[in-house]
Design a protein around this ligand. Sequence first.
Ligand SMILES: Cc1ncc(COP(=O)(O)O)c(C=O)c1O
Length: 368
Amino acid sequence: MQVGEYRLENPREIETPELLVFEDMVQRNIDAVIRICGSTDRIVPHAKTHKSADVLKLQMAAGFRSFKCATLPEAELLVRHGVDEVIFAYPLTHPRKIERFAALKKAHPNTSLKAIVSAPEHLEALSQAMRRGGMELEVYVDLDTGMRRTGVQPGDEAASFYIQAARTPALRTLGLHVFDGHTLYKPDYDERKSLVDQSIAYMRHVWDAADAHGLEADDNVAGGSWSFHLYLGEPNVRVSPGTWIYWDSRNATMDELPFEIAAVVLGQVIDRDPGMDTVTTDVGSKACSPDQPIPNRFTIVGHPRAELLAQSEEHGVVKLNGEKLDVGDFFLAAPGHACTTTVKFPFANVVDAAGRIVGRYNHDARDH
Ligand SMILES: Cc1ncc(COP(=O)(O)O)c(C=O)c1O
């Protein structure tokens, strides 16, 4: 089959639904992010999108040395492959997880393993674990610039927490961590830009307070795929997008970035209902972006008017709206969210430029 840029020689070779990753597109996405940021030094890619040693190796071959992660299996994968720096960008509170984190740090002194903090409980627990292990931990203060998920509130609260963190034994405060998830799914550039400008203003307030107390705050990490490029004017900020490696149909509604949707789900039409103008496919919620509203869970490549109407675990009902798809047809579903699609599969089938399946990217850090 050939749909636009996507070529797959023999869809019957694998059972559906299956995840395909087009290797040339991944490589072009890597080249594009480096071009946008000027060098790999400005980027701390999040590993959550691919969770794969195979993709990590491609990123390392392109020069990336620093990575972000949200889970211990991701951190362990990164450390095992000898990256220089891992930023554990998820609040550590569970005593067993803190012990596992501390043990990982102790066992791999050549990787700089760092954490984020935003509550006195984080400071206390991490400080104790580091003192027990005779180590020092470099931390970023997580600043909530509007997402309302994690992070200390901006303004004087953030400034005084920064000073408290810097005074905590066995912790060394480097700067701020910002994930501005409130910029997600806002295709309007000006609207997103003003949200990022606000984030930068909140960051400046803390930088000024740190400076007034003689504290360092010159290593900061901010942004995801919807915003990272808007922070690049700040020389003391590195950026941390993750989804750019595969891209997806929701991110593609932002047209200023050149990334390609490199990961798609191969599906098949399994039934039809002409009275409803629908076909039923085998791309259910167990195969594609279950965290998105139903119409956004996937689009069908080459069939722009087709619309996902309903989904159960192994079924996806698609309204055709004039598109031609019928029982037995194969199609490519472009996920609305790449990161929650990869984890649905133990591996991705790697497809080369000729449309041949030439290998697998294993999802090594798929589970918690
Ligand atoms: C803390 C953190 N940093 C970075 C990212 C990467 O953002 P994106 O997936 O938009 O590239 C995420 C995404 O969820 C995140 O939670």
